[in-house]
Ligand binder design. Structure first.
Ligand SMILES: *Cc1c(COP(=O)(O)O)cnc(C)c1O
Length: 365
């Protein structure tokens, strides 16, 4: 028998969450962002749930090839554009749309030979200071691109740095709006946080395309202010493993490396076949929630490479073979949001799902 740990990918939940993005921005088209192997879900495993999107956005050319290999004929957007001139050949061959965020990418395009002109997304740095042309240089970049026979259309794009935070989107929106006022073309600004928090009320945030990622994967972009239940999102990845042993602890006995946890009273302990080599974060403290069957319990003792140890007090019938859910949904439908584990680890849901280890098999259900 293979080691009893797996990640289930919930097809209906992906479709549901995608529909939530659509409902938040009903007149916009939706890029399902599937970079980082669909946020760790596996592009192939997530595809059935996401194929109702208007397009797929990602940044690794190998991943773009995988989307095409699945039979997707609609739009595919490279969010960082080409990394060198030769990448344009793959764009032409697979009809990939690509972001243009610096001058060299325009030079490569100007020198590229193609019979099929490209759809490009011209990116503005409206304040995040990562990728894109400064507002003052944006129109000139647009004019250069629009003069190229290699270019079929130019959409206008920016990325918001604080849609989930206190600064919100007003400042960047104003900068983008002002610098694009006289330019034609579709517009796209919104990630998940902007889609949920601003797109329903601010038309300019909706634009022509929204670009939700994390919300589609059942993690709240503004946790803990709002959790997935508040946004009506469902977990799309359930990390589950079986108990492989139990121990009867006496009061005062300690558990695991360093003996971090000491039993307060006599108790049953469960050993679960999932550890940091599976992508479960090593840094989480005692008390981090875990589901055993349908019962919510706590992690006790340090996370090991291949195992964690949990308090079986709320689940007296638990035996080797019982199913523990580390995040996601239990077999009976109890939800443990990945955001709670991420918070305990001092990080965000994004990092945990992306860090699911390759040794954990993923299975679409
Ligand atoms: C990753 C990414 C997104 C999606 O962001 P989420 O916060 O996961 O919704 C949108 N746009 C760009 C350019 C990105 O890189």
């Amino acid at each position: 028998m293979p080691r009893p740990v797996e990640a289930l990918i919930h097809t209906e939940a992906l479709a549901h969450n995608l529909a939530r993005a659509r409902a938040a921005a009903p007149d916009a088209k939706v890029w399902a962002v599937v970079k980082a192997n669909a946020y760790g879900h596996g592009i192939e495993q997530a595809y059935a749930g996401l194929k109702g999107a208007d397009g797929f956005a990602l940044l690794d050319l190998r991943e773009a090839e995988r989307i095409r290999a699945l039979g997707w004929r609609g739009p595919v957007l490279l969010l960082e554009g080409c990394f060198d001139a030769r990448d344009l050949e793959l764009c032409s061959r697979l009809n990939l749309w690509h972001t243009v965020h610096h001058e060299a990418q325009i030079d490569w395009l100007a020198a590229h030979k193609t019979h099929a002109p490209h759809h490009v997304f011209l990116k503005m740095n409206s304040g995040m200071n990562r990728l894109g042309f400064r507002p003052a240089a944006f129109a000139a970049a647009w004019r250069r691109l629009s003069g190229l026979t290699q270019v079929e259309s130019i959409a206008l794009m920016t990325h918001l740095s604080d849609a989930d935070g206190s600064r919100g989107v007003a400042q960047q929106l104003a900068v983008f709006d002002e610098a694009t006022r006289d330019l034609p073309g579709e517009r796209t600004l919104a990630n998940s946080a902007a889609t949920l928090r601003f797109a329903p009320t601010v038309e300019k945030v909706r634009g022509d395309w929204v670009r939700p990622g994390i919300m589609v994967y059942g993690s709240s972009p503004d946790f803990p202010e709002n959790g997935i239940a508040d946004w009506d999102l469902r977990p799309t990845m359930s990390l589950r493993a079986q108990l492989i042993a139990t121990q009867a602890l006496k009061a005062g006995e300690q558990v695991g490396y360093g003996g971090r946890f000491t039993a307060e009273r006599d108790m049953m302990l469960g050993v679960v076949a999932c550890g940091y080599a599976d992508g479960y974060p090593r840094v989480v403290p005692d008390g981090t929630p875990v589901l055993i069957g349908e019962a919510r319990t706590r992690l006790v003792g340090r996370v090991s490479m291949d195992m964690i140890t949990i308090d079986l007090t709320p689940a007296p019938d638990a035996r080797p073979g019982s199913v523990a859910t580390l995040w996601g949904v239990s077999p009976g439908g109890t939800v443990l949001p990945i955001d709670e584990i991420a918070q305990a680890a001092g990080t965000v849901g994004y990092e945990l799902m992306c860090a699911l280890a390759p040794r954990v098999p993923t299975r679409a259900v």
